[in-house]
Design a protein around this ligand. Structure first.
Ligand code: DCM
Length: 128
């Protein structure tokens, strides 16, 4: 079985990293993640990243660099992360999230990230 890729964005603006609090499903609700989602069949991961940020947050953003590494999610799914730059718009929690927070470097570990996002965020910080 091929693994399904979930893309996450380490979206930066003015040195701060965007964290999004999930509103669903119940077992993940209340935990924080890098916004993103599943790559659709035939879609390039970077395209999926841009699409997810538009759908979930209502912003235009562009991928900057792949963060080295890959993190297992539920069986059959892996998380890959890109740093990304906000081009236009102010993120709003339009889908899947009930709160957004811009975290300065000293605030990055102040939220309860999803399990897979802990090493992913650490790696993203390293390469920003
Ligand atoms: N996921 C995650 N971390 C992220 C993005 C997604 O752990 N930064 C997980 C949550 C879901 C799965 O990936 O189990 C698919 O995400 P979604 O429901 O947003 O498509």
């Amino acid at each position: 079985m091929t693994e399904r890729i979930v893309v996450g964005a380490a979206l930066y603006d003015d040195g701060r990293l965007l964290a999004a609090r999930r509103s669903a499903p119940p077992e993940l609700a209340g935990r924080w993640e890098l916004p993103g989602g599943k790559v659709e069949p035939g879609e390039h991961p970077e395209e999926a990243l841009v699409r997810e940020l538009r759908e979930e947050l209502g912003v235009a953003a562009e991928p900057v660099a792949r963060v080295p590494g890959e993190w297992p999610l539920k069986p059959g799914y892996v998380l890959r992360v890109w740093t990304a730059k906000l081009l236009s718009g102010a993120p709003e929690p339009l889908e899947d999230h009930d709160e957004l927070r811009w975290l300065s470097p000293d605030e990055v570990w102040s939220v309860e990230w999803l399990d897979a996002d802990v090493p992913a965020v650490a790696a993203a910080i390293e390469c920003h």
